[in-house]
Design a protein around this ligand. Structure first.
Ligand SMILES: *Cc1c(COP(=O)(O)O)cnc(C)c1O
Length: 365
């Protein structure tokens, strides 16, 4: 049997090891100058110089961003159900109610009409997810936010470098979160980055990250310890110098798959959108689970299902969604398969993926 092609593979090299060693030798490992430098570099690289605040996970970034934006008990925040549970969890952790709405079928991102229909007098904001690295329908959501007075936030966990109409994700919302978990498009080990529209929101995220302190022992609000370490920031700074090359390789890999796959529905890209292919996700309308199993067992191709259970039906979150029905979300959860697209794939790997998918999809037809 050929070597297994994993669905994701973090790239960590000598440069990252040397950067960690440099911090360890300095003897100063907690949040310090590396974190400050990483924030400034990330801000210039991805969000056109907006304030950026590093935290110890993407989930913490969402939670603190929502708190800094004033979300709390009694509020509703509209979220997709077809996403990682951290999206809805972070809303629930503020004491607010996540309101799950449906996605549009092409890009798997929030359906703006469904969002409009879900707005109530309690709606504080909407938290679209740029799922798989494709930007959500920000033009429509921005217009809706302006028309209704609700706030716009962004879950950009999977979308470093994605853009719409020439505008990078992370620059639309009152705040946006990027995850730096190892399988994301770049990593710091664990970590998250929060970009904000205003210095005021950035300051509040910084306070919440550090026990409510700006000046030592003068705690202004009740906060967390959600600080990033200088060790993690040093890894992130190195990755930041490489991520554009990796994204280009992801896009080239996706173009090869688009051109050669048969018998599955390849991922469409909206006009004026830049897709960064955190995942390359196809639809397999018949027997998706059999398809994934055959790829793995017969062809050693690792494929992932993100996400098999919609959040509004998870045991943890279902109580927020009694009687809610989201047909496009359910269909996506039944049909999606993410094929390897990561930058470590060789040409031979790509050809094996194509041959395997075309054989399995052809056999099922
Ligand atoms: C990964 C992810 C998160 C959470 O980020 P962590 O860094 O793992 O805490 C949130 N939302 C989405 C869509 C994600 O993919």
């Amino acid at each position: 049997m050929s070597d297994f092609i994993p669905p994701a593979k973090p790239i960590i090299g000598d440069d990252e090891r040397e950067a960690v060693d440099r911090v360890l030798r300095s003897g100063m490992v907690a949040q310090g100058p590396e974190v400050a430098a990483f924030e400034a570099e990330f801000s210039a690289h991805f969000v056109q110089g907006r304030p950026a605040v590093a935290v110890n996970s993407g989930t913490a970034g969402l939670h603190l961003g929502l708190l800094a934006a004033g979300v709390g008990p009694g509020d509703e925040v509209i979220v997709p159900s077809f996403t990682f549970a951290a999206t809805g969890n972070s809303v629930a952790l503020t004491g607010a109610t996540p309101v799950f709405v449906d996605i549009e079928p092409d890009t798997f991102t929030l359906d703006p009409d469904a969002v409009a229909a879900a707005v109530t007098s309690k709606t504080r904001g909407v938290l679209p997810v740029h799922l798989y690295g494709h930007p959500a329908r920000m033009r429509e959501l921005e217009a809706l936010a302006a028309a209704t007075g609700i706030a716009l936030y962004e879950d950009a966990a999977q979308a470093h470098g994605a853009a719409l109409d020439g505008r990078p994700v992370g620059t639309f919302g009152e705040f946006a979160m990027f995850s730096l978990y190892p399988t994301k498009n770049m990593t710091s080990g664990e970590g998250g980055m929060v970009s904000t529209a205003t210095d005021e929101t950035a300051r509040m995220v910084k306070l919440l990250r550090n026990q409510g302190m700006e000046r030592q022992y003068e705690n202004e609000v009740i906060g967390f310890n959600a600080r990033m370490t200088d060790i993690h920031a040093a890894i992130g700074r190195v990755q930041l110098t490489k991520v554009d090359g990796w994204t280009k390789t992801r896009q080239d890999n996706a173009a090869f798959l688009d051109a050669n796959l048969r018998g599955v529905v390849v991922p469409p890209v909206a006009d004026t959108a830049v897709h960064v292919y955190h995942q390359y996700t196809v639809r397999v309308p018949e027997d998706r689970d059999g398809f994934v199993k055959a790829l793995k067992e017969e062809y050693s191709v690792g494929a992932g299902v993100y996400y098999p259970i919609p959040n509004h039906r998870l045991p943890s979150l279902a109580h927020f969604a009694p009687g809610v029905e989201l047909p496009e979300t359910e269909r996506a959860a039944r049909e999606v398969v993410s094929l390897p697209v990561h930058p470590s794939l060789s040409q031979n790997d790509l050809e094996r993926i194509v041959a395997a998918v075309n054989a399995v999809a052809g056999a099922g037809a």
